[in-house]
Design a protein around this ligand. Sequence first.
Ligand code: PLP
Length: 447
Amino acid sequence: MTDATIIGGPSLPQERKLVTAIPGPKSQELLARKNAAVASGVGVALPVFTVAAGGGVLVDVDGNSLIDLGSGIAVTGVGNSAPKVVEAVKAQVERFTHTCFTVTPYDGYVEVAEKLNELTPGDHDKRSALFNSGAEAVENAIKIARHFTKRNAVVVFDHAYHGRTNLTMGMTAKNMPYKDGFGPFAPEVYRAPASYPYRDGLTGAEAAAQAILQIEKQVGAANTAAVIIEPIQGEGGFIAPAEGFLPAIQEWATANGVVFILDEVQTGFARTGDMFAADHEGVVPDLVTTAKGIAGGMPLSAVTGRTDIMNSAHAGGLGGTYTGNPTAVAAALATIETYQEENLVERAREIGAIIEEFFTELAKSDDRIGDIRGRGAMQAIELVESGSKTPAAALTGAIAKYAGEQGVILLTCGTYGNVIRFLPPLSISDELLREGLQIVADALAAN
Ligand SMILES: *Cc1c(COP(=O)(O)O)cnc(C)c1O
């Protein structure tokens, strides 16, 4: 039903253009069909049905061109339908589409593993295993850590998000919408306090001491297989821990034979202005999980880490029918090449500087912008009621709604639902980015 001649990618006109109200009549028609055919638990944030996307825009079925400040939740870092990714995927699907790597292997999977071993934090000997989704990577990292340590307990943190499968739901902090009514959850998952500088006022060392004390008193180091944390918490509110928090947790883990896992599913691949967020403080995890930005939009995820840990699981213990799908690995290789050739790490820093500067200026005259935080092209503003730190969730929802109606795709997050997050594709132009930010400023002025 959609026009098959429309081509996405960076050659799409890079403009915000509204030709109907949002959502337009064709999107509304499709939304009615969606509601009649798709389970309502599968919600949509902005019901504009996509026909093409690329650079910094997304074109809908009514012909509207929207500014993309979400990248499909931090996935299309290289941009939608990035040329090298399209080329690699086309070439691969014409050769073969599936064998199951654990039945008869292929070189693309091995090459992605080699790249991950090289690029992830630390220059020690590493191995990788590929999966389909972020949650699946997290589950496998836990499987591996438990097998290696012969211990059961897994420590997670306040505000954590690790996915929607049973184990990862239990590891995720926020009840609505992720967990409510979906239990019981897997046992042996324990939650420790995180570092949330804006709200706890603690230094990294203080917050780490508090977490470690709780782990030691409530779980016991000798029972703990793994500590897992996002280096900048994503869904929980784009919370960058205070300097020194991550190194202190890592040091404690290492001293106690606990596997230290960084969940870089959202922060990975140039997003934060480093190839991985852990690089910022020079933290080297035992295992790292990656997904979202890895393959330009194709479903792929990975666990990478110390060879002794990764190799502790027996042959046949790790895998899955589709894991490391040949098309997804071809896309990943082209995606990683694009990050490097286009120096997108540097581009993420430039994008971050623009966002930070914009809101620093705006916050001077609007004290509802309680905090501006993040790194690189992973930035957020935390909205509060004027003159307080009371979360302004309704305002946050109103801002996202206003932006959508004006043709800007904007995501929210946060335990208290009061954080607007900026995750533009790294292929967005300065002009489009600034135009999108101005719409957010307009939305704040109108609310
Ligand atoms: C999105 C996310 C996940 C889950 O990834 P899926 O691909 O949705 O399963 C896990 N961890 C973090 C930090 C994430 O942001």
